[in-house]
Design a protein around this ligand. Sequence first.
Ligand SMILES: *Cc1c(COP(=O)(O)O)cnc(C)c1O
Length: 407
Amino acid sequence: MDQPTEQSDSRSITGASTASVHAGEQRQRAYDSVTTPIVQTATYTFTDTAALIDYFEGRVEREEYGRYGNPTVRAAESKLAALETDGTIETAALLCASGMNTITTILLAMLPAGSHVIITDDSYRRTRQFVCTMLARLGVNHTIVPVCDYDALESAILPETRLIVSESPTNPYLRILDLPRIVDIAKRHRVKTVIDATFATPYNVRPLTFGVDLVMHSATKYMGGHNDLLAGVVIGRPDMIAALRQAHGILGGVCDPHTAYLLVRGLKTLALRMERHNQNGLHVARFLHEHPCIRQVYYPGLPNHPEHAIAAAQMRGWGGVISFEYDGDLEATGQFIDRLRLPYIAPSLGGVESLVEQPALMSFYELTTEERLAVGIRNNLVRFACGIEDTADLIRDLAQALETTEL
Ligand SMILES: *Cc1c(COP(=O)(O)O)cnc(C)c1O
């Protein structure tokens, strides 16, 4: 079968929704299918030894073995790469089995023994755990700095520092990085930057266009968008992604073709979904901010957020995740969550269904109250990940759950 050829004309892709549908895709697909076919195979055949030699000599572009590539996975990668650029920078993407597999692949590939990495404190807990335990055992040192403290960040840079790893927005407090500032610091010290932009998606911000070296996402969240797949992706300059792809071929955390298909399908509606997630996030945040039973709301779209101005300058929207403190203790907060009827109680975010969790009883369950406080997690903290339900229904549901509260 012929390899698909012509790509969608990038000049005709100007809007975010058009990009979601067409960007990075081959115009003509195998069997003239309008959808990306699922190429469910573990390996690829060579007609004869000459064909094999042609391949290894780089004379033909084709697949060799499933761990090194798959046409469905490549379709997802080329779409993800296209979504992260504004056309001024060349990008490539590497799809991985999960967000965590993406992070571990990047860090294992880029950090030799004796090197040093800086991470920010309000970050995905498993990322921090990987850096503090497994990487440390391999002789990679780290410094954890408070997110958005740029003096602390710059002071933490050592001669052997290779990477600065951060998130924007962060989890669970939705802090926003000043991307030009972090890029400026990193470039002056010849350190590379990796930003986990899972909470933003390229619809809301494209860190590579600010000069960040690598952007990564848990595609499990908004990219897939339907709470039905696990995947991760890293996007950056083609030569950097090629080096990561080599490491990934050894580490082996591949994304299977069916998942890649679901991801391409989910990405078609990324812009549509993000518009609603952003709208729901902002309206729910405003509602909670005004409510007497809520002590504090963390959402970059609110004017009282410490980086509201930076967020407004950098981002198209602020996403669907809101963290807030309920006016009650661990138990009362759980009772409030139990009164909600629309969101499911579950970890994760970014899917069409709203999800709610009390971090103290979810990601941080095994810690004591004191240990949680030490990492900034209060017992009354709630993370609400808006789905794409109607805004009015989400607010009505929150209102009824808060009305029945006995203060
Ligand atoms: C979920 C998440 C991850 C981990 O991704 P998985 O796909 O669950 O492995 C990493 N970073 C952030 C910000 C996340 O929300």
